[in-house]
Design a protein around this ligand. Structure first.
Ligand SMILES: NC(=O)c1ccc[n+]([C@@H]2O[C@H](COP(=O)([O-])OP(=O)(O)OC[C@H]3O[C@@H](n4cnc5c(N)ncnc54)[C@H](OP(=O)(O)O)[C@@H]3O)[C@@H](O)[C@H]2O)c1
Length: 270
């Protein structure tokens, strides 16, 4: 697994990490054992960067349980998502307790009350409980505000959607992130699974084999990771074998412009 400095954040992250939205919002011994097995597969493959949020129901708690006894092997990215500073503080205290008193990347989720939460996160960073602060948004309608936050100089990473059918970030967000030296984490690299519903025939992947691509999911992840402005993609899965499959896309060689265009064309036909 290739590891990349996450911009100026001070973190070095694997090219492929793991998201937890929906997939880790589970309860009960069987589902939680499955989450633990999925985390174990990701760790074994070097995909040790895990993204969560208090917005994802049980996901932070289940992720913490899955890392119980091996927290130091994982990098945790979670989020504060609250209208009030007091509620945000409760979310942060809960997450710090779950993750052994330390969160590697704390993100302002959907920019909710970011003016209020940012000083709290900055104080925690000064106290050594947080390594880096980031901001996330899923919607192009909020990208102007996201740019404003990026330009404050107070965050060192962003998390944004990017895949062959969602390319809005190419217009302003990715160029600005590169100019500012910010880390870039990519949510929805598989289009929330939508890009995998009608995969191209495996014969269409033949030209990509030289890049180490064996499956359509790997082609999509490599498409994201071959943009030099991107540091980490965080596909989510409930399946152990898919955690391995996705992690295997985190090694070079990376696509050239022609291979990226080929994958984008295939995605457009799905
Ligand atoms: N979507 C958002 O708006 C959003 C917003 C903020 C942050 N995020 C973060 O970004 C992470 C990733 O985004 P996402 O979860 O929305 O979407 P995603 O990672 O693009 O897609 C996840 C879906 O793809 C399927 N999948 C994963 N690997 C596969 C493979 N190798 N082959 C076939 N299907 C595969 C999963 O189903 P199975 O479980 O059946 O494998 C799951 O339904 C989130 O989990 C979260 O941490 C997302």
């Amino acid at each position: 697994m290739e590891r990349r400095p996450l911009g100026k954040s001070g973190l070095v992250v694997p090219a492929v990490g793991m998201g937890t939205w929906l997939t880790f919002d589970v309860r009960g011994p069987e589902a939680e054992a499955n989450a633990r097995a999925t985390v174990e597969a990701a760790l074994a493959a070097g995909a040790n960067f895990f993204d969560s949020s208090p917005m994802y129901g049980q996901a932070e708690r289940v992720l913490a349980g899955a890392l119980n006894g091996r927290r130091e092997q994982g990098l945790i990215a979670t989020k504060v998502w609250a209208q009030s500073v007091a509620e945000g503080r409760q979310q942060i205290d809960r997450a710090l307790a779950w993750f052994g008193g330390r969160v590697d990347l704390y993100q302002l989720h959907n920019l909710a009350n970011w003016h209020g939460h940012l000083p709290v996160l900055e104080a925690l960073r000064a106290a050594g409980q947080i390594t880096a602060i980031g901001a996330t948004h899923y919607s192009p309608s909020a990208f102007a505000e996201l740019q404003a936050v990026m330009q404050t100089g107070r965050i060192t990473a962003i998390q944004i959607p990017y895949n062959p059918l969602e390319r809005e970030v190419e217009r302003q967000i990715l160029p600005l992130a590169a100019d500012l030296g910010l880390g870039v984490v990519v949510m929805r690299p598989l289009g929330q699974g939508g890009l995998l519903r009608q995969p191209p025939p495996s014969s269409a992947l033949a030209p990509l084999r030289a890049f180490g691509v064996a499956t359509w999911a790997q082609a999509l992840l490599k498409w994201v990771l071959s943009d030099p402005r991107v540091h980490c993609a965080i596909p989510a899965t409930r399946r152990v074998e898919r955690a391995r499959e996705n992690a295997a896309a985190g090694d070079p060689p990376w696509f050239d412009a022609e291979a990226r265009e080929y994958v984008a064309d295939l995605a457009g036909k799905g």
